[in-house]
Design a protein around this ligand. Structure first.
Ligand SMILES: [Mg+2]
Length: 184
């Protein structure tokens, strides 16, 4: 993608794995619960199916994570990046978090002084991105990125070990510096 220059665009941002360091904390919770010693290097599958831990336990831990969403660390460079993007563009947060996490989500955004235009909770990010008329979305979950791209919306895939995918509308980014360079 070329530099956007003076054009104001609508930027969609996923939260977990893009803005918030969800997995940093989630892995800690898994280790505390199961006495394991996993690190981010072990997270090569988004649903952690390679961990040997039962899928239904993982699902429950994802649900329980709604209780500590307000305590997550920001991803490196994310807060500075968002405030830079917000100077020239509009910010639309699109998350797949459960609805019971909405108060903690708002609390985190407020505590971290994140300015945004809209906030949506949905499992159907692709159709929402299309309906909101987003120009680009930054996302890390492979299935979500493909769904967004299949709705004709350009996607910046925040690179991680669990998301090696190829699509004509998906480009990989490694840092928030990359994101701000592409979008400003
Ligand atoms: Mg995510």
């Amino acid at each position: 993608m070329e530099s956007i220059g003076d054009i104001k665009i609508k930027i969609g941002l996923d939260l977990d794995g893009v803005v918030c360091d969800f997995f940093g904390r989630f892995i800690e919770e898994v280790n505390n619960t199961y006495g394991t010693h996993f690190t981010k290097a072990d997270w090569t599958d988004y649903y952690f199916s390679n961990s040997g831990l039962p899928r239904d336990h993982m699902k429950r831990m994802f649900r329980d994570s709604m209780k500590y969403l307000d305590e997550l660390e920001p991803m490196e460079g994310a807060l500075e990046g968002i405030s830079k993007l917000n100077e020239d563009h509009t910010i639309h947060i699109v998350t797949h978090r459960f609805l019971e996490g909405r108060l903690n989500t708002l609390k985190w955004l407020d505590n971290n002084k994140v300015e945004f235009d809209t906030l949506s909770f949905t499992p159907n990010k692709g159709s929402l991105a299309y309906r909101l008329g987003l120009d680009v979305v930054v996302e890390d979950t492979p299935e979500m990125a493909i769904d967004i791209a299949n709705n004709g919306v350009k996607t910046l895939l925040y690179a991680n070990l669990y998301n090696h995918i190829e699509h004509p509308l998906i480009s990989r980014v490694n840092t928030w510096k990359d994101i701000t360079q592409i979008l400003t």
